[in-house]
Design a protein around this ligand. Sequence first.
Ligand code: F6P
Length: 542
Amino acid sequence: MATQPLRNRPAYQALTEHHAEIEGRHLRDLFAEDPTRGERYAAEAAGLYLDYSKNRITDKTLNLLAQLARESDLEARRDAMFAGDRINVSENRSVLHVALRMPKGTPLVVDGTDVVAQVHDVLDRMADFATRIRSGAWRGHTGKPIRNIVNIGIGGSDLGPVMAYEALRHYTDRNLTFRFVSNVDATDLAEATRDLAADETLFIVSSKTFGTIETLTNATSARDWLLDQLGDPAAIAKHFVAVSTNTERVAEFGIDTANMFGFWDWVGGRYSMDSAIGLSTMLALGPEQFGQLLAGFHEMDEHFRTTPLERNLPVLMGLLAIWYTDFFGAASIGVMPYEQYLKRFPAYLQQLTMESNGKHVTLDGRPVDYQTGPVYWGEPGTNGQHSFYQLIHQGTRLIPVDLIGFAQSLNPLRDHHDILSSNVFAQALALAFGKTEQEVRAEGTPEAVVAHRVMQGNRPTNVLLAQKLTPHVLGALVALYEHSVFTQGAVWDVDSFDQWGVELGKVLAVAIIPELSSTAEPELGHDSSTNALIRRYRALKA
Ligand code: F6P
């Protein structure tokens, strides 16, 4: 796409001028001027209600942001993704996670292949396998049913499965135990397996490339653990399955490819939780509820694909992220779910957002002269309120926050849920409107502490509200952030689907591994700091 450089786009220039007007305006005044603001600046899709009224915006801001999206060819780029064009330019790949949740029979032919038919073939195999495990029809090496499932993977092959398992725990088969091993730190595997019986345990080795050292190291040790207990290499076929795009490497590792669930190079790791990488999710939920998760994704996809930009939830959220990142200089965005089951959601979002938009050149390789991906972070409410919210309320940095709430609890108990939810609304209110000097004085505050107790407000929030956390709502929520990331990447004109930056560290680590156990001299051709650290490590290790 040949769009003009961001700073040359007329809407960007107009937004720069407009920002100078908006910067001095307070949300108190914006609300006072328009009593309908709270209803006007709200949009809804796929079971999610978004209140974006407590943002530092006016109608003009929204018009200019939508114009910026148009001048950035957002709609054409979006359509190119849905059509299977190779929009991941640095890897020359299509980006088709949206095909993973298209209903059976939807025609989508890419390079002569019906990708939706491929997707459903794998989904059907996964469903058959999940049904056999859940019903006990699949037997382990000693004839016992499987009771424990351990997913081994890292990055996108871990964060989605863990997040979805935790988020949807309420809907899972409680007779099955799920564990997730990602870190190559042996503690992760040791703690995950220490109380499990090997003959009742299934390992899912999840790796798109099947070349990731952490995952292969953990999988090898898991295989040793299994063989230590069961003795017979024939047990592997009953206790190991693989999820990967790489059949050869799966076979090389010793997993029968009949026990492999495939996906494709057009699924990015951080966009793969609804592919076969979601096998543990399907085992936990069963095929039907997994289908509801996919339906939630798809409903948000359709909303993103067909809704005018001005009412399009992911577009609005993406454009607001750009507004704060590039015009207000905000460096981070907080995401605070007021739902304990979503405790891993911020961690999941960190890979989705930061691996996608942590980029410093445009699609054609020119260095950008504006900020790209903000830092995403968060913790569930209300816990965060009692640790870091102070800085958001009264610190010197502007931190836009997404607050995610639900009207119904999955574990209703006395008045817990209203107490929890009142905090969603109270935080958005306090952040927006703060507390003036006048109000502080009126409380009889001693003059010496008035300044300390003043809260400036004017801190922006989005509030996302859904009825309750279900598989469908989770799918919609993840797709909402996926497409918000897409919107941001389109405006910044970056490749949101590669991750070259993580490669250098991997290569260097592989070079250093043998040096840590070697005693050979002369040694260590690194810089003096790395050399000294390695020498000290060797000395402490001995
Ligand atoms: O190191 C980053 C990364 O490449 C992620 O993008 C990916 O999700 C993760 O590693 C795991 O890769 P794989 O699924 O191939 O093991």
